[in-house]
Ligand binder design. Structure first.
Ligand SMILES: NC(=O)c1ccc[n+]([C@@H]2O[C@H](COP(=O)([O-])OP(=O)(O)OC[C@H]3O[C@@H](n4cnc5c(N)ncnc54)[C@H](O)[C@@H]3O)[C@@H](O)[C@H]2O)c1
Length: 282
């Protein structure tokens, strides 16, 4: 494993806010989701990691269990499809008997101009950035409502409010609707002991996810974000007058997620926080 560019900014914790708690993190086979799952386990949680990359998520669960000493359950499946999130919830309850926190992190990172989308990709972008979150929320709510306790944390992305090009589907539709969902669902369950909040990263060094031998292949299709798009985005980030001008280490994002997902965030709901080095302010 090579040293991450953002290693100097890695965040460590000595909190134990998740002792005896169970969390589900979606899209946790790799990247930010993997780091969030490890952070919650470091704080005492038992964790269900769910991902469309079945083999990889099982391997991640095994590695994180060894690393943290906490119990993990790795589940494969496309969460945008009917029934898959319900099955994930049933397996989580069968294994751990409760679910306290859901982190909706899974996303299809398709960055291109709207005019370049094929009909098929449009469908895939909406499926992978809207339906998975909706279905996961719907699957956990009956259990949370029954227990009168729950924490839902949605992973957004600053491009929904900074107008970055190439992000119409991923951020405009996916993350914009996620912010709307955060607020309206928070209102819907406000008297049922459940909070719903959203964390929006800026640009993350997703590869710094701690995997000792990262698998080369990924769910992301190389055609979704060409090298030209990445170059243009890097220029745009660099040209912003006010921003820390670097990528975030994923642990810097995970620490904000851990706060919203913990019992202590009991009076905070329907909120959005950017963890983006000042890319957008308030
Ligand atoms: N990488 C960034 O710079 C950045 C910036 C802003 C926001 N974000 C957000 O952070 C989150 C994580 O990003 P990342 O960089 O780690 O991405 P990633 O592509 O490395 O990881 C996403 C994970 O979600 C899984 N996944 C995708 N669709 C799924 C589905 N339908 N069902 C189950 N699993 C599915 C993938 O297999 C993958 O493991 C995403 O919500 C992303 O939009 C990332």
């Amino acid at each position: 494993m090579s040293e991450a560019k953002t290693q100097a900014h890695a965040v460590k914790t000595e909190c134990r806010r998740y002792q005896g708690r169970v969390a589900i993190v979606t899209g946790a086979a790799q990247g930010l989701g993997r780091v969030i799952a490890r952070r919650l386990a470091e704080e005492g949680a038992e964790v269900v990691v769910a991902d469309i990359q079945e083999e990889r998520v099982k391997r991640t669960a095994e590695l994180l269990q060894e690393e943290t000493g906490q119990r993990f359950l790795g589940l494969g499946g496309d969460l945008s499809q009917p029934g898959v999130a319900d099955e994930m919830m049933a397996r989580a309850l069968g294994e751990f008997g409760r679910v306290d926190t859901l982190v909706n992190n899974a996303a299809a990172l398709i960055r291109m101009r709207l005019v370049d989308f094929t009909e098929e990709l449009l469908q895939q972008a909406v499926d992978g950035n809207v339906w998975n979150t909706l279905r996961c929320c719907k699957a956990v709510l009956p259990h949370m409502i029954e227990r009168r306790y729950g924490r839902i944390v949605n992973i957004g992305g600053e491009a929904w409010r900074t107008g970055f090009p190439f992000h119409t589907l991923l951020a405009g539709v996916g993350k914009g609707s996620m912010v709307g969902l955060t607020v309206t669902l928070a209102g819907e369950v406000i008297d049922q002991g459940i909070t719903v909040n959203c964390v929006s990263p800026g640009s993350i060094e997703s590869e710094a996810d701690g995997d000792p031998a990262p698998v080369r292949t990924s769910y992301r299709d190389p055609s979704w974000t060409g090298p030209d798009v990445m170059q243009e985005l890097a220029k745009l980030v660099g040209s912003r007058g006010i921003s820390m001008g670097r990528l975030s280490h994923p642990t810097e994002v995970a620490s904000a997620v851990a706060y919203f997902g913990a019992p202590e965030a009991s009076f905070v709901t329907g909120q959005h926080i950017g963890v983006s080095g000042g890319m957008a302010m308030i």
